[in-house]
Design a protein around this ligand. Sequence first.
Ligand code: NAI
Ligand code: AKB
Length: 343
Amino acid sequence: MLSCLRNRFLNGPINVSQTCIRQLYSESNAIPRILITGGLGQLGVPLAKRLREKYGQENVVLSDIARPTSVLLKQGTYRYADVMDYKQVQELIVNQQIDWLIHLSALLSAVGEQNVPLAMKLNIEGVHNILDLARKYKCKLFIPSTIGAFGPDSPRNPTPDFCIQRPRTIYGVSKVHAELLGEYYFHKYNVDFRCLRFPGVISADTKPGGGTTDYAIEIFHDALKNNSYECYLSADTRLPMMYIDDCVTSIELFMEASPEKLKQRTYNVSAMDFTPDELAKAIRKHFPKFKITYKTDARQNIADSWPEVFDDQNARRDWGWKQKVDLDLLVTKMFDFLKNGKV
Ligand SMILES: NC(=O)C1=CN([C@@H]2O[C@H](COP(=O)(O)OP(=O)(O)OC[C@H]3O[C@@H](n4cnc5c(N)ncnc54)[C@H](O)[C@@H]3O)[C@@H](O)[C@H]2O)C=CC1
Ligand SMILES: CC(=O)[C@H](N)C(=O)O
């Protein structure tokens, strides 16, 4: 009999706790051991929190090249690993007995344009390392893609899963590369590769990493501080967006979906779409005197080539994707968090 049950039996009446259930699962290999690369970023921190609640703190390992805060260190295992260094990640997968690889390390769209050589190394060579390691150690693999994987030649309203993809940023090119190579590894080597194309992800407790959609986060901080915001996109720039909790839920649902449900390996997911003007109007329901001004920069060109409305009907049909947070709820949650430190 398993050790945890034996101990419980000897120590009194059997009350099978969460820890005990997790131990039972992990001894029978049903609970995955998960590695999140780029785990200290905007998506990694909340994703780790959710997966640790679900699968146990001990079964989710974060890696990154950044320095974790002491609070994060207390939440579970953290290891330094540069995804451009094959052996560092290999050692981690072997020593930590990893089953699921969630590969989040990347340079986002705006910062990618400022450092193309680094974006190519990290977003392309990093993906090569991860794909090969997933093949070698038979890991289930998740790599996120983005609305940025589409370009000016794609239909923009709505943008379906399958259409022409000719992105004009190194970020977008690297993400199309990841989508295609991941699908190739699935067909050729049977790697259980899964990929979601995310819209702009909005969260209050972690900083965005330098994307084109970051305005939709900065605006809340400036609204609270100054009751005004100068936006680098024009008033009518429509982009698809999603609240972080929905983003994390989509990863959780998708990774757990049985393979028969998946009719494709890369899916669009979305929750809402809005323009800076519409977001400002929603903010005015909380702060009636909130002012927005506009001074566009290079990010406008990027946004103008991206989808306005994302068609995610295949994800909804195949594995039950459904968002919970719309624009008004998003605004309420962001202010609740920023004012009170909670949602
Ligand atoms: N945040 C968003 O709106 C969206 C994000 N995504 C994708 O989700 C993933 C995660 O995005 P975010 O968390 O927002 O990015 P982020 O920029 O907040 O986090 C990326 C992390 O990667 C780490 N990193 C950088 N170089 C590394 C290296 N050599 N080795 C290991 N780690 C390294 C960084 O330190 C950082 O913590 C990315 O692949 C991104 O393309 C996709 C669509 C939307
Ligand atoms: C939508 C994304 O992929 C990201 N937020 C970016 O703007 O680069």
